[in-house]
Design a protein around this ligand. Sequence first.
Ligand SMILES: Nc1nc2c(ncn2[C@@H]2O[C@H](COP(=O)(O)OP(=O)(O)O)[C@@H](O)[C@H]2O)c(=O)[nH]1
Ligand SMILES: [Mg+2]
Length: 295
Amino acid sequence: MKVIVTIPAYNEEKTIGRLVADIRKAMGQTNYNYRILVLDDGSKDRTAEVSKKAGAMVYSLPKNYGLAEAFKTEIERCLEMKADIIVHIDADRQYQASEIPKLLAEVKKGYDLVLGSRFKGKIEEMPLVKRLGNMAFSRVISQITGLEISDAQTGFRAFTKEVAEQVPITSNHTYTQEQIIRAVRHKFRIKEVPIYFAKRHDESRLISNPFGYAIRAWINIIRIYRDYEPLKFFGWTGTSILLIGFILGLWLVYFQFFGGGAFRHLGLMMLDILIITIGIQIVIFGFIADMLRKH
Ligand SMILES: Nc1nc2c(ncn2[C@@H]2O[C@H](COP(=O)(O)OP(=O)(O)O)[C@@H](O)[C@H]2O)c(=O)[nH]1
Ligand SMILES: [Mg+2]
């Protein structure tokens, strides 16, 4: 069984060396055959150099592609290197390398995707906006998958090569959630394990301001619904618009009989026809999108 521990890193020279050492220590106490791969995403500091010195293999992208693209590359590289199990862990030492064997143990028991859950475990510190964002994402994912997921955005997970091969990651905004949704649809076995989440000692690479994060989180939740529940998404939008058209139509009918004739409000009548047409079209979009939906 070959395990590859893979780390996405963007300008993480301060922590990556110690993380690689932590991983070697934790994995050295097991009898897995393992390798460590740092996916350096166009870092401008000494991330690659420090990682190599600490004993990791390094794959450097020529420029900064962002975390989702880096995650796809990680999976490709790991499969090329014939990994049986892939462990993904963030570079900033917020997740504990010492807990990797705990995740691997669940894979050995037969789970295909094992998620380190911060909310089931312990969180040293997490800003409120992020905490709420994470909880909102997890609720949405639980609802879509019908599986109780407490931490859909965790950056600490272990999965088998079958998950890596069969679960395509296509979106660039929600890859953490996408892997879960698609793994459920492929009938893979998923397990959450409580883990410890430490405070980040310098600033987040992903989130520079909490307000921007909150807006992006909402946009992404809407995109998840659009992509994975298109009939509900367009169906509800279209039906709401139809309802407005219907109410306005009722008022016009009332006006026709009791208020001097609807034709005196020709503009409103035309507007109502327009609203109803738009509503119907959006519902039809829903059916088409449902037919073409990403599985
Ligand atoms: N490949 C890649 N990794 C990134 C990028 N931005 C952040 N990361 C890594 O993603 C992980 C999580 O980032 P972090 O800043 O800790 O996000 P937070 O914990 O959500 O605040 C860390 O390992 C970062 O180095 C990026 O643009 N590309
Ligand atoms: Mg972090």
